[in-house]
Design a protein around this ligand. Structure first.
Ligand code: SF4
Length: 757
């Protein structure tokens, strides 16, 4: 009897699944009674977490049964009207009719989709199939554009394909961890625990580079508080220093790479003095960094939003790859460049091609060969798939705002809260003729601008697969029924497709969708699920490449040592020159540079974690971190409320004076948005300037000014409250449980729309 079939005398069913939050991909066991999830625990047999969960994972069952679930199909005649519940058939027919009419009148590119890394791979696949293969538009993008697009693009230009070469197993053999632009302790806590375990057991060293002194930095052997946006200077200086110390792995470079000469020339000017001038890190700090990496036998680099959300995001990834290629710190145990993903299935979406230039199986619309293969599998006319990439997220909403894109179908994400310059996103939605929002909850910030609401089932209510940061596929198994008329996301998409008259969407189950996805195996990049099946995935998770049913997957995707072969034209990895060019915007920033990020106990725009009272007690509100020097200059104290503004917009937040941020910088969380009614949505003021290759916006570098709006009567101990929760990033669940019993229940989601029966 396996875990998903066990039934106890109390009629509790246990179902194996995967945590629906970050991209670490922890295995969970859902304990349910009837259609109610009574508890979620860590799956001890899952290799990622071996039973451990962070606070978010441990409470992930709670939102399933909280208020605000969208259980009905809804539509309204105009956007100022109340919602009317309709039969599923009525709403699906109406959505299909509107899309058909808009396509007929304005052409395929008048339609669009905006998807999510929280959807199952099966939903991401059928959405992309419908858009690119049947509507004939590549205007499908996703919230991964805001998160991981720079890592994906950097991997492609350095190694020939997206996704990491290494795996989590390397953590257990590394002797040094170089963490740059990632608050891993708070945002990928279970994986960071594994890093800490390695440190404790072997004395491995942790290096952290971050402008903000995070919980991750607190655990570092060497912490470098770099000036924001200057990472590329440091990485180039590091490459030069390692060359000077004769750390080139000559044999590996000769047999597995090309382009080193040009890169050596490109870093020639990065002397310690220049790097010091640009980054603010003194020469002694730089030397300590070089000493640690030069002495390391196996080092891993981890990075995420701090490097990706930048106008230099793609270059950051390639600069990291350069370091590993130069030193041969790749393709061997305990080594490798490893980008962390923010969402549970962002990797699956990237594999399905849910960014505007992609096609399933790590393929691209610009490749005639790739288009032909997809058209053959989908049974559509040759030439149906357009060769030009569609509009990426920023451009997509700008085209909508300009009236070119007439309809958008938003599935499982909340762009009004998460996109930069969100005021323009609202204007875009207001301009669109047809806005369809498919979500598990309502209202969201985005559903306020919709014509149709389609109720998607949540992870425990449907079957499917998710792919984590290390290419590991875990099956989500259905534990309970979806409430009301809610349906699996892939089913809703297929129902609309069928009503538009398209063939190829008559899947009976998620398993049938998965079986079709297997046809897209890409032997060039190693993306290969052919050895997987739903029955195998019921027993355990598997990594790709998985070519046959005897394989559990491959930890070292491109092979090892000098046998490594990369999916580039020459089979060799590419050194890419990555010059640091100061951003002209930096000089024009306002009083302070605003950095944005996450708290340990909340996730994204609070659609789910905002409904969990225990998490709200641990991170109950947004605080704007300001350095004591700036606070004195501005005459503000902890507890004061300030207006944070620039030419794009303004938000309001309570101040926390702390030296976690340097003078000239401030930091605010992204979680609390328009629904919370206090004007704390940071993305009204974040910039939409983007990396020119990945088109990922530079969400972490807004210039802002502060103005006091309300002086606290008595300074609050905001910093100490926050630090209390801060330590929780390292999973002290016993502390969490004590704290949970002490604190009052908070229900912060305000209801700004009502349903009419
Ligand atoms: Fe879930 Fe990520 Fe926490 Fe694991 S680390 S339990 S995947 S939120």
């Amino acid at each position: 009897m396996n875990a998903s079939e066990q039934t106890t005398v109390t009629e509790t069913k246990t179902t194996r699944s995967v945590c629906p939050y970050c991209g670490v991909g922890c295995g969970i066991l859902i304990h349910s009674q009837g259609d109610r999830v009574v508890k979620v625990t860590g799956d001890r047999e899952h290799p990622v977490n071996e039973g451990r969960l962070c606070t978010k994972g441990a409470t992930c069952g709670i939102p399933l049964h909280e208020e605000g679930r969208l259980t009905d199909f809804c539509q309204r005649s105009d956007r100022s009207a109340s919602w009317e519940r309709t039969k599923a058939d009525t709403a699906l027919n109406a959505v299909a009719a509107q899309f058909t009419a808009i396509r007929a009148q304005h052409g395929p590119d008048a339609l669009s989709m905006y998807l999510s890394g929280q959807l199952s791979t099966e939903a991401q696949y059928v959405a992309n199939k419908l858009c690119k293969g049947f509507w004939g538009t590549n205007n499908v993008d996703s919230n991964s554009r805001l998160c991981m697009a720079s890592a994906a693009t950097g991997y492609k230009q350095s190694f020939g394909a997206d996704a990491p070469e290494a795996s989590y197993a390397d953590i257990d053999q590394a002797d040094t961890f170089f963490i740059i632009g990632s608050n891993m302790a708070d945002c990928h806590p279970i994986l960071f625990q594994r890093v800490l375990r390695r440190k404790k057991e072997s004395g491995a060293k942790i290096i952290v580079v971050d402008p903000r002194r995070t919980a991750t930095a607190d655990k570092a052997d060497l912490y470098l508080q770099i000036a924001p946006g200057t990472d590329l200077s440091l990485l180039n200086g590091l490459l030069k220093a390692l060359i000077c110390r004769d750390k080139i792995d000559d044999r590996f470079v000769a047999e597995c790479t090309e382009g080193l000469e040009g890169t050596i020339q490109a870093v020639a000017s990065y002397t310690p003095a220049l790097v010091s001038e640009q980054t603010g890190l003194n020469i002694d700090e730089q030397n300590q960094l070089v000493d640690l990496l030069a002495a390391s036998k196996g080092w891993m680099t981890f990075w995420t939003m701090g490097l990706n959300q930048s106008t230099r995001g793609t270059a950051h990834t390639s600069a990291i790859c350069n370091l590993h290629l130069l030193t041969g710190q790749i393709g061997k145990p305990g080594a490798g460049p490893f980008s962390l993903t923010g969402q549970p299935n962002a990797m699956g979406g990237r594999e399905m091609g849910y960014l505007a230039a992609g096609l399933p199986g790590q393929r691209a619309v610009i490749s005639a060969e790739d288009r032909t293969l997809c058209e053959e599998i989908w049974g559509v006319e040759p030439g149906t798939i357009q060769p030009k990439p569609g509009a990426a997220a920023i451009e997509l909403f700008e085209r909508m705002r300009a009236g070119e894109v007439k309809a958008v179908w938003v599935i499982g994400t909340n762009p009004v809260a998460s996109m930069p310059r969100s005021g323009r996103v609202i204007e875009a939605l207001q301009q669109a003729e047809c806005v369809v929002v498919q979500d598990a909850f309502s209202p969201t910030e985005t559903s306020e601008y919709a014509d149709f609401l389609l109720p998607g089932a949540l992870w425990a209510e449907t079957d499917g697969t998710m792919v984590n940061s290390e290419r590991r596929v875990t099956r989500m198994q259905q534990a309970i029924s979806a409430p009301g008329d809610a349906m699996a996301d892939w089913q809703i998409i297929c129902e609309v497709a069928k009503r538009m008259g398209y063939e190829g969407f008559d899947f009976e189950s998620a398993e049938e969708v998965f079986n079709e996805i297997q046809l897209f195996a890409n032997l060039e990049t190693g993306y290969d699920l052919r050895g997987m099946s739903f029955s195998r995935l019921k027993e355990k998770s598997l990594m790709w490449p998985c070519p046959d049913s005897h394989s559990d997957g491959v930890e070292k995707r491109y092979g090892c040592g000098t046998q490594m072969r990369f999916p580039t034209a020459s089979g060799r990895a590419q050194f890419i020159p990555t010059p640091y060019i100061p951003d002209p915007r930096d000089a024009a920033l306002g009083t302070l540079t605003l950095n944005t990020g996450r708290y340990p106990h909340q996730w994204h725009t609070l659609t789910k974690t905002g409904r969990v009272s225990q998490l709200n007690q641990l991170n109950e509100k947004a605080l704007l971190e300001v350095n004591p020097f700036d606070a004195e200059q501005l005459q503000i104290e902890s507890g004061d409320r300030v207006t944070v503004s620039n030419s794009d917009g303004e938000f309001r937040m309570q101040v926390d004076v702390t030296d976690r941020v340097s003078p000239g910088q401030c930091y605010a969380p992204i979680h609390w948005n328009q629904l919370h009614g206090d004007g704390s949505s940071v993305n009204v003021a974040t910039p939409s300037e983007a990396d020119p290759k990945s088109l990922q916006p530079a969400l972490k570098s807004a210039g802002v000014s502060l103005a006091v709006m309300e002086v606290a009567h008595a300074a609050v101990s905001a910093a100490s409250d926050y630090d209390d929760g801060y330590a929780m990033g390292q999973q002290s669940l016993s502390f969490f449980r004590q704290k949970r019993s002490l604190l009052a229940i908070v229900r912060p989601i305000s209801r700004i729309s009502t349903l009419k029966s």
